[in-house]
Design a protein around this ligand. Structure first.
Ligand code: VGL
Ligand code: ZN
Length: 199
């Protein structure tokens, strides 16, 4: 059976209460994520990592509000408050996350013009992050995902991982959602249809 890895998605200060794009209850998952990190032999982290003035920030577009949308060359992009700016405390991992064991940290969203929810492919659905190749080269075929946010970065990562041929389990108990306009239900449906195991 193929080796397995845990992928901890974006457990960063800005996605926790008090942060710029706080996910309700985001900090609650940290003890459970720490237990998963202990239980898995191989751990990979992702880190949302935007330059200032990123195209996904509402403040970059005159007259636009956070949680609205904008048309970018690759399609409709949801606009967010400024969050996870490279090198800022908001972009740091939650202080209680025990991340030292991580073998790899994948940073995403570092291109000004393209957002990246997924740890595999940016929001143009074309530009790869390199994670699929890394996982295949290391022989990982089974992935468990947990983190923030269930209906954005976790879900898009899970769907792309399935499309890349990995077996995927999402630990719903160790994830929390933004739930913007029914996005949680919609993404849960898509994950089920794609053969993602929701645990
Ligand atoms: C995320 C919105 C913007 C996430 C990242 O980690 O789910 N959501 N950037
Ligand atoms: Zn982001």
């Amino acid at each position: 059976m193929a080796a397995q890895a845990l992928i901890v998605i974006d457990v960063q200060n800005d996605f926790c209460p008090g942060g710029a794009l706080a996910v309700s209850g985001g900090h609650e998952i940290v003890p459970l994520v720490n237990r998963l990190i202990e239980d898995f032999d191989h751990v990979i982290l992702t880190q949302d990592w935007h330059p200032a003035g990123h195209s996904s920030f509402a403040s970059t577009h005159t007259g636009k509000q956070a949680f609205g949308t904008v048309e970018l060359p690759y399609g409709t992009q949801t606009l967010w408050p400024e969050h996870c700016v490279q090198g800022t405390p908001g972009a740091d991992f939650h202080p209680d996350l025990v991340w030292t064991k991580a073998e790899m940290v994948v940073r995403k969203g570092f291109r000004s013009a393209i957002d990246s929810y997924s740890a595999f492919r940016e929001n143009d659905h074309t530009t790869p992050t390199g994670l699929a190749g890394y996982l295949r080269e290391r022989g990982f075929g089974r992935l468990t995902l947990a983190g923030l946010a269930t209906d954005f970065c976790v879900a898009y990562s899970a769907l792309d991982a399935r499309a890349e041929g990995f077996e995927v389990t999402v630990r719903m108990d160790a994830s929390r959602a933004i739930d913007l306009g029914g996005s949680l239900d919609a993404m849960v449906g898509k994950m089920r249809d794609a053969g993602v195991t929701l645990a």
